[in-house]
Design a protein around this ligand. Structure first.
Ligand code: FES
Length: 227
């Protein structure tokens, strides 16, 4: 029997899935469990998989790591991702999210590179039927490794102008906190200024950055949780 999903209570965050038994906390959907127990496109033997573009990232939120290998072909003038393999030291949510991402990328003849760059972690979560809010950063790991592998493709195919590199912008100059630090904290559940300050102290030494912090808070909540 499949797990019933009920609407989050006021104690859960938007996009969160909750247990009917307790009405709060979190649990995994059947789709998440399916991809966790039978991961698709998982690469066991790296040495056997050659001539692929490699992306590698670590998560500052939890210290876990993800590797993604892509095979890209140009078919009728469209660069398509024909194969997506991956490996991670991440948790169940990272495994399920990346497994789902690999399916989304390779179905229907392979997703065009341009479309893959527009994918958001939210798109993966939708296909999974939701993830506990505290686990959203795990779905970001596969997405970032995908972008890193696409950059590897751009570099190796001489398309250096298409390489997209994330530069951290210093927001709190006293505590040296960047927009990336704020994004990680939001992914870890800091959805108010108070919680952000509790977690990373942003703005406590340099209150002049608070309006900027509040704007980034709104932006990252919208980006990752649609709220
Ligand atoms: S990937 Fe580290 S906790 Fe999920």
């Amino acid at each position: 029997m499949s797990d019933p999903i009920i609407k989050p209570t006021h104690e859960a965050r938007k996009g969160d899935v909750v247990t009917p038994a307790k009405g709060k906390g979190w649990f995994y959907t059947d789709m998440v469990k399916e991809h966790f127990f039978s991961p698709k496109n998982f690469l066991e033997d790296e040495a056997s998989y050659k001539q692929a573009y490699l992306g590698m990232v670590g998560s500052p939120a939890c210290g876990d790591a993800m590797k993604v290998w892509l095979k890209i072909e140009t078919i009728d003038g469209v660069e398509r991702i024909k194969d997506f393999k991956w490996k991670t030291f991440g948790c169940a949510s990272a495994i399920a999210s990346t497994s789902m991402l690999s399916v989304m990328i390779t179905e229907e003849g392979g997703m065009p590179v341009e479309d893959a760059l527009k994918l958001r972690p939210q798109d993966i979560m939708e296909r999974l039927g939701g993830l506990p809010a505290r686990k959203v950063h795990c779905s970001v790991l596969g997405d970032k490794a995908l972008r890193s592998a696409i950059n590897d493709y751009f570099r190796k195919s001489g398309q250096h102008d298409r390489v997209e590199v994330e530069h951290g912008r210093l927001v709190d100059k006293v505590l040296k906190i960047t927009d990336h630090d704020i994004e990680e904290a939001v992914l870890e559940g800091a959805d108010t200024l108070e919680k952000l300050q509790e977690k990373i102290k942003v703005g406590t030494g340099d209150p002049s950055c608070i309006p900027d912090v509040e704007q980034l808070l709104r932006f990252y909540k919208e980006k990752h949780f649609g709220a």
